[in-house]
Design a binder for this molecule. Structure first.
Ligand SMILES: Nc1ncnc2c1ncn2[C@@H]1O[C@H](COP(=O)(O)OP(=O)(O)O)[C@@H](O)[C@H]1O
Ligand SMILES: [Mg+2]
Length: 611
């Protein structure tokens, strides 16, 4: 249904597009995997850095509080100088039994925030906090951190730690401190596109860089993240991808603090960060792909055209041939399969053409011979009618001639009558021979002998006219035997030799030769001359009776037509080759007798000679 060209274009386009898509997709996958690795590494580093800086800050606070414990437990009446500890809002030191041994608050900060010390969450939940801290920190060294922001929003966190006297086994005091969160927040800087969330010991949010974060809203609602945080040991890291129902999926990194009890830093980056930039690559690939495709399609169309053009040409040619135009040929441009096909096709056409011409020739020959046979019958009729009256005329002319011997003035007239009548008689006899009215006797004869005898008849006359005579006999001395009539064959030879003489006038060479062909079982007699030759038009008509190019009274135009009749009687043929101005060559070909070389004769004569 589709042409080969369209099929080729389709298949190659498909291959180009699919291989291009495969390359682009696999490239994008490699890029994504690479990016994921790089992102993972860098984000783990970021979380570690931030964690460390927060921890350093906390250690700082802890040292300050330890100092305060050392200094102020023994002097509970002294007040802390806020200029040394600007971030502290409220500090309480309790002994291991839960008794408050020291308490202090920074009035100016509380006033600035419009708060009363009683409102602070640390102060409010002092007892329960003490219990929790005592329980947790009796087992291991460290600190706790809780979001303790109160309304109106004053972001603070509660820092809780236990203090061990030097050399003691167990801690002696618990410190609870409300600290201004602003300096801590300054420690936390996310990269663009990322968010950092600091989770406290109760899995509440202390700080988040998310735009939507409300400092008054402390609950961390990300269940999946909480699950990971719970399962993570101190100082360990984790990374997972979390999908959310109402926001983009996030890649999350978790970093659990080493010292802070249950404190975690969460780093989030949207999954799209992995594919960011790949749109550009995709777009560029698309453009490159399109360009490649356009070039490829053009090339394919060109190549497919080149491939299918010869086939189209062949098709057109086939159509012509179908209409009988055998002379058309296809141009062979390539040596490939199509080129070979074209060559074979041309060969086939050549053969068809030759055969057609051969048929045409045979047809015209047939027409010619039919024409001749019709003419033969007609002329046989005329000759038969004219033969007897001519005999009468000749007889009476000869009687009158005898009676006029003493009247020389009349004798010459009667002699002309006699001569012309004889000429007419000869023509009539020729005509009858042409029409094969005479039945000649066929005997076993030697072709060489018949030819040589004919040459002898004209040899003298020809050499006198200045023409060189050359003779060549095949198998001389052996003889080449056919079934035939010597007289008739000699008549043919005379006709051919006289024609050759006429064609040369008085110069040139006449060659008479015989050839023996064992393969085809035929003998050939060739009479050639170096005379005037014939044009193709003359050649086409020479076997027609009465066709002659010679002047009136010189030629009868019966020589060749009679000759061909005789040769045909011998089951033979006459072939002519002639070039105007160069000469002509007539070849008689006759089938051989059963014992063409006369071995029987040779044997017989040898026997008689011996006897
Ligand atoms: N050897 C030849 N060379 C040139 N033309 C020839 C030769 N033989 C025959 N012809 C041509 O063929 C014609 C017919 O020959 P033919 O039948 O013998 O008749 P005629 O010899 O009476 O003309 C000649 O008139 C001549 O034009
Ligand atoms: Mg002649």
């Amino acid at each position: 249904m589709f042409s080969i060209r369209i099929k080729l274009v389709f298949v190659i386009t498909l291959i180009t597009v699919s291989s291009f898509v495969t390359v682009v997709v696999s490239n994008l996958q490699i890029i994504r995997a690479d990016k994921e690795k790089a992102l993972s590494n860098s984000n783990f580093q970021v979380s570690e850095l931030v964690t460390r800086s927060v921890e350093t800050q906390m250690t700082e606070y802890r040292r300050g509080l330890e100092y305060i414990t050392k200094t102020f437990v023994s002097n509970p009446n002294l007040a802390i100088d806020p200029s040394y500890f600007p971030d502290y809002v409220w500090v309480a030191i309790l002994d291991w039994s839960g008794q408050v041994v020291y308490e202090w608050n920074q009035k100016t900060k509380l006033e600035d925030a419009g708060l009363d010390v009683e409102k602070l969450l640390g102060k409010k939940n002092q007892d329960s906090l003490f219990q929790e801290v005592k329980q947790v920190l009796s087992l291991r060294d460290g600190w706790l951190l809780f979001n303790s922001t109160v309304k109106p929003v004053f972001p603070t966190f509660l820092f809780a730690s236990a203090v061990k006297p030097p050399g003691a086994e167990r801690p002696s005091h618990v410190i609870l401190a409300e600290i201004d969160a602003a300096p801590l927040f300054k420690q936390i800087h996310p990269r663009r596109g990322q968010d950092l969330i600091l989770i406290d010991s109760h899995q509440n949010v202390i700080f988040s860089t998310e735009d939507s974060w409300d400092p008054a809203e402390i609950a961390f609602k990300d269940e999946k993240a909480i699950e990971i945080i719970r399962g993570l040991d101190r100082g360990r890291q984790a990374q997972i991808s979390i999908s959310y129902p109402h926001r983009e999926s996030q890649l999350s990194w978790f970093q659990k603090f080493k010292d802070g009890e249950g404190i975690t830093l969460v780093l989030q980056e949207p999954v799209s960060a992995l594919t960011a930039g790949s749109e550009k690559i995709q777009f560029q690939s698309l453009i490159v792909g399109l360009i490649v495709l356009v070039i490829a399609v053009n090339l394919i169309v060109l190549i497919a055209g080149r491939l299918t053009k010869p086939i189209q040409d062949l098709t057109t040619l086939m159509q012509k041939v179908g209409k009988g135009e055998f002379s058309a040929r296809i141009k062979v441009k390539s040596k490939d399969e199509i080129g070979k096909l074209a060559t074979f096709f041309n060969k086939m056409l050549q053969e068809l053409d030759d055969r057609e011409k051969e048929i045409e020739r045979a047809k015209s020959k047939l027409i010619q011979s039919e024409k001749m046979s019709a003419f033969g019958q007609m002329s046989a009729g005329i000759a038969h009618e004219v033969k007897n009256p001519l005999a009468g005329i000749l007889g009476y002319a000869q009687i009158v001639k005898k009676k006029l011997e003493d009247r020389p003035e009349l004798l010459s007239h009667i002699e002309i009558i006699e001569k012309e009548t004889l000429r007419c008689k000869e023509i009539v006899e020729n005509l009858m021979r042409f029409a094969r009215q005479e039945k000649a006797q066929f005997l076993r004869i030697d072709v060489n002998k018949a030819v040589r005898d004919s040459v002898r008849l004209v040899e003298h006359q020809i050499s006198v006219s200045g023409i060189k005579m050359v003779q060549n006999y095949a198998l001389e001395g052996v003889g080449i035997f056919i079934k035939g009539n010597t007289n008739q064959l000699q008549q043919v030879m005379l006709n051919l030799m006289l024609n050759a003489q006429h064609a040369m006038e008085s110069k040139g060479t006449m060659t008479v030769s015989t050839h023996y062909d064992e393969k085809s079982s035929r003998v050939m007699v060739v009479v050639s001359d170096t005379g005037c030759g014939m044009s193709a038009e003359v050649q086409a008509r020479i076997f027609e009776p009465f066709y002659t190019t010679k002047g009136v009274g010189k030629g009868t135009g019966l020589g060749l037509s009679v000759s061909i009749g005789i040769v045909k009687d011998h089951r033979g043929s006459i072939e002519v080759e002639s070039l105007p101005g160069k000469g002509s060559s007539f070849t008689i070909s006759v089938p051989l007798d059963d014992d063409p070389l006369g071995k029987a004769e040779v044997a017989a004569s040898a026997k008689s000679g011996a006897a």
